[in-house]
Write a protein that binds this ligand. Structure first.
Ligand SMILES: *Cc1c(COP(=O)(O)O)cnc(C)c1O
Length: 369
């Protein structure tokens, strides 16, 4: 049996007629940027996130970058970022001129360990940027408490967790201003690059709208050296359509995860993802860890199963971040996860049979080591 790591075929086929109609409407309208479709999506997505405002932008990296710019974060500032994340979370900070300060994750949830944050707060710290990694909401209680105590802003990176919750709060609604991504493979994916900012602040909403459009609150008048980072009508129309299905897709992802967890529950040589109390997990990725990772990955590949590693090298060890002067051993938990994590196939359309097959091969591997 062949099992791809991810496939958009099932969703694409199911929505084809509606999607083509939506695309045709945009095509025929003759209006492709900053129009009705964007407005409709911003309204629908802010409603979904339970925030007052949503600002569509060109991608997730821009969403985070612009979110930080609206808070006037820049040179000489520091922002707390998890050491275990996709590099975009750190890059958004660096682009403002501020310094990303890495905090280690909890080894079981893979998310930032809130109890390690306070030690990293300095007089320069301006914000905490929790990343709801792999689809699980971060444990926000202590993060919110620290933000209040030290007067810091929270900016959520919600690129992987649209629809997740912490207590009764949606991810993307807990920070003062937050960013998300609709990269095609994300839980809510566009037909190309797309992203959004969410906030409850009308002031930050206005600033973000200006930043995404040349720093121009009014056509041909520019307040700041803004960006061109707009979410186009085609993507907005498609995302509005897909958003209606997101909750149903999350349940499908959670069912697949439950099947993995059940089938692999007895494997003592690997670790399964753990969901923290009061958090929900929307399983953008299903990530296991084992010291046998490379051998397991090769074994699965030999049996037709594609897997990926999220992520093989943490941001602090990337060439791009050598100026931070961090070396191997400085953030050992992130480094360990990078060596041991493996993402199993997870997508809408993955069948029970396929999940069982993946698990059988993993169990077989376990019997051979
Ligand atoms: C995908 C992703 C981003 C960036 O999104 P793009 O749309 O690719 O720019 C940021 N943070 C995390 C955690 C992501 O997974």
């Amino acid at each position: 049996m062949k099992v791809p790591f991810v496939s958009l075929n099932t969703i694409n086929k199911a929505l084809k007629v509606e999607a083509m109609k939506a695309l045709e409407e945009v095509y025929d309208s003759g209006w492709y940027i900053m129009g009705d479709k964007l407005q409709a999506f911003e309204k629908a997505y802010s409603h979904y996130c339970e925030t007052d405002y949503c600002i569509g932008v060109a991608n997730g990296l821009d969403a985070l970058h612009i979110a930080l710019k609206t808070l006037d974060i820049g040179l000489n500032d520091e922002v707390i970022v998890p050491s275990n994340t996709y590099i975009a979370s750190a890059l958004a900070v660096s682009f403002t001129g501020a310094k990303p300060v890495f905090v280690e994750p909890n080894e079981n949830t893979y998310n930032i360990n809130p109890s390690l944050i306070e030690d990293k707060i300095t007089s320069k710290t301006k914000a905490i940027l929790p990343v709801h990694l792999y689809g699980q909401a971060c444990e926000m209680d202590l993060i919110i408490e620290l933000a209040e105590k030290y007067n810091l802003n929270i900016v959520e990176d919600n690129a992987q967790a649209q629809g997740a919750m912490y207590r009764n709060m949606k991810t993307g609604s807990m920070g003062i201003i937050n960013g998300t991504s609709f990269y095609p493979g994300k839980n809510l994916g566009a037909l190309g690059d797309a992203g959004a900012i969410t906030t409850n602040s009308s002031e930050l909403d206005k600033k973000a709208r200006s930043w995404r459009n040349y720093g121009s609150p009014q056509k041909y008048y520019n307040d700041v050296l803004g960006f061109n980072s707009r979410l186009d009508e085609i993507q907005a129309a498609l995302l509005t359509l897909k958003l209606e299905h997101l909750d149903k897709w999350i349940i499908v992802r959670q069912r697949i995860a439950a099947r993995y967890l059940n089938n692999l529950g007895k494997c003592d040589w690997l670790k399964l993802p753990v969901t923290a109390q009061n958090a929900t997990h929307v399983y953008h990725l299903f990530v296991i860890t084992t010291v046998q990772r490379d051998k397991l990955q090769a074994y699965l590949q030999k049996n037709g199963i594609d897997t990926l590693i999220h992520y093989p090298l943490p941001p602090h060890l990337q060439q791009a971040y050598k100026h931070l002067n961090l070396i191997k051993g400085d953030l050992p938990i992130a480094e360990k996860l990078a060596n041991e994590c493996l993402s199993l196939p997870m997508y809408i359309g993955l069948t029970d049979q396929e999940v069982d097959y993946v698990c059988d091969i993993i169990l077989k591997f376990g019997n051979e080591i």
